[in-house]
Design a protein around this ligand. Structure first.
Ligand SMILES: Nc1ncnc2c1ncn2[C@@H]1O[C@H](COP(=O)(O)OP(=O)(O)O)[C@@H](O)[C@H]1O
Ligand SMILES: Nc1ccn([C@@H]2O[C@H](COP(=O)(O)O)[C@@H](O)[C@H]2O)c(=O)n1
Length: 202
């Protein structure tokens, strides 16, 4: 099994890059795990209380469960990946059956911050886009797809997102084996990563 970790600040294009990489690959051979699925279970809090959580701090992530799941996958066992709702700031209670595959891609803003999780990756990738570009993309995406308004996105950006990015996420770039510049769509980098994966699948 080859486990690839793909990190980078919000809006840098991690999900887009992953989708481009796997587009032409056989479904059964490559699976994706999103760090978003591993936000802590916040069922004990009200919606208002959940909305005040700092979702850009490493403590917001259930790294224990993520580590257990990666260990199980490496041992050839399937996992039940939680489904996360950005609308309710919580897990939905549903899960996605995720079997082990030859290549597992794990993507998320904070996945390279945790030493034991980092150790589990055979290849570590950091996707870079400038912060103004990321904010513009985040605004458009969160308003169109995640049920947010401009005030919510900007408030979160100023209070938690930017400080946490500077403190925790940007420094993990130094752990990366590959840095993908993604201010513009980067098909060359996507092709290179896909080629590495295809070699593993042969
Ligand atoms: N290279 C790019 N150029 C322009 N827009 C992009 C690019 N990559 C991603 N996007 C757009 O930016 C938004 C955020 O991308 P996404 O892949 O969700 O980022 P992330 O998973 O890193 O938060 C999406 O609407 C996506 O379509
Ligand atoms: N309930 C939540 C949980 C997380 N976020 C934000 O999501 C970002 C990470 O996801 P990306 O797809 O953008 O990498 C992170 O910056 C959190 O602020 C949220 O808004 N609400």
């Amino acid at each position: 099994m080859l486990i690839i970790g793909i990190a980078g600040g919000t809006g840098c294009g991690k999900t887009t890059v992953v989708n481009q990489i796997i587009e032409e690959l056989p479904d059964k051979e490559v699976s994706v795990i999103s760090q978003d699925s591993y936000y802590n279970d916040l069922s004990h809090l009200s919606f208002e209380e959940r909305g005040k959580i700092n979702f850009d701090h490493p403590k917001a992530i259930d790294f224990k469960l993520l580590g257990e799941h990666l260990t199980q996958l490496r041992a050839g066992k399937s996992i039940q990946q939680p489904v996360y709702s950005f609308a309710s700031h919580n897990r939905t209670g549903q899960t996605v059956h995720t079997p082990p595959s030859k290549v597992m891609i794990v993507e998320g803003i904070l996945i390279l911050t945790h030493p034991e999780i980092r150790e589990m990756f055979d290849i570590k990738i950091f996707v870079h886009a400038d912060s103004d570009e990321r904010l513009i993309r985040r605004l458009k995406r969160d308003i169109n797809e995640r049920g947010r308004d401009i005030d919510e996105v900007l408030y979160r950006y100023q209070t938690t997102l930017k400080p946490m990015h500077d403190q925790f996420i940007e420094p993990t770039k130094e752990h990366a084996d590959i840095i993908i510049p993604n201010n513009k769509y980067n098909t060359v980098a996507v092709d290179i990563v896909r080629t590495i994966i295809i070699e593993k699948l042969l």
